[in-house]
Design a protein around this ligand. Sequence first.
Ligand SMILES: [Zn+2]
Ligand SMILES: [Zn+2]
Ligand SMILES: [Zn+2]
Length: 317
Amino acid sequence: LNEGMSELIVTASAEDVRLAKQTLDAVIAGVCPKDPRTKQVRRSDAAMARLNGTAFTCQCGSDDCAAELSAEQIGTRCARVVLHVVVREETLDGTADTPAVLDGFGPISAEHVREIADRPDTVARDLDLGDLLDHQAQPGNQYRPTATLDTVLRALFGTCTWPGCTEPAFAADLDHVCEYNHDDPAAGSPTCLCNLNPKCRFHHGLKTCAEGWIDDQIVDAHGVIWTEVSTPEGFTVRQQALNTWLLPEAGLIPCQHAPIGAGATRPESGHAENNPRRAKSRTEAKHAYRMARRAANRRIREQEAARTSPQEGTPPF
Ligand SMILES: [Zn+2]
Ligand SMILES: [Zn+2]
Ligand SMILES: [Zn+2]
């Protein structure tokens, strides 16, 4: 901490603060890779520049600075700043008072969301969950979710689904929990509500690159969607989709595909790892490992569910 520094605190509505923060990120996105400041310092510098009407500049000091910080470049990025609010139709038309979700903030009241809806800069789009009954992947590209599924997933989970992460869902990647198999899309990793969730870029990378981490997604008999992340030591953190209360019907939409994991347990399925002639790539080996772990997890859960009354003296496990 540097002496001679001071702090400015601004209080405003949740949506205006979110917009201001995203605007700052759009401004600082233009510095060149050699800028020595941390992201937080860049944000503070950008905020002061905008408040004081001065220019925000790159601090690399090099002659070949590739910063994109002209008024037009900043303006173009700021024009793309969007704030997402998901609200039920009956809240919007005033027949119910179910809260809405403001991405990056959390629940907001029915009254508050109706005020946001009345803002001149608000654009409303209809979301029909029934569309998910027709298809959830884009017809031309089975890897990509439809716009409806994309929005439902982000609204339902609210944040990155890694335990403890609060990165906003609308800024996250949509990750296929069980990896999509580009060589054989039918082999058990569907683009479906049951198999996709948002992960921030950092945790998406952690899942893909770090050894031993396993994540899973379960839709229970009540249509509640749960995510599970197991650590390399085998501890499992399970959590309910954060905004189940907003879209409780989403998890009841039936899947249109074979059960996930079928490829790992049925030798005749033709899944990549069952073909002995083919050398496994690293991704395929990881995929096979995850499939086996998931199948084992499912068997344990099924056994636990089947155990109606635990025997006296049986150790808990
Ligand atoms: Zn620079
Ligand atoms: Zn995250
Ligand atoms: Zn499904």
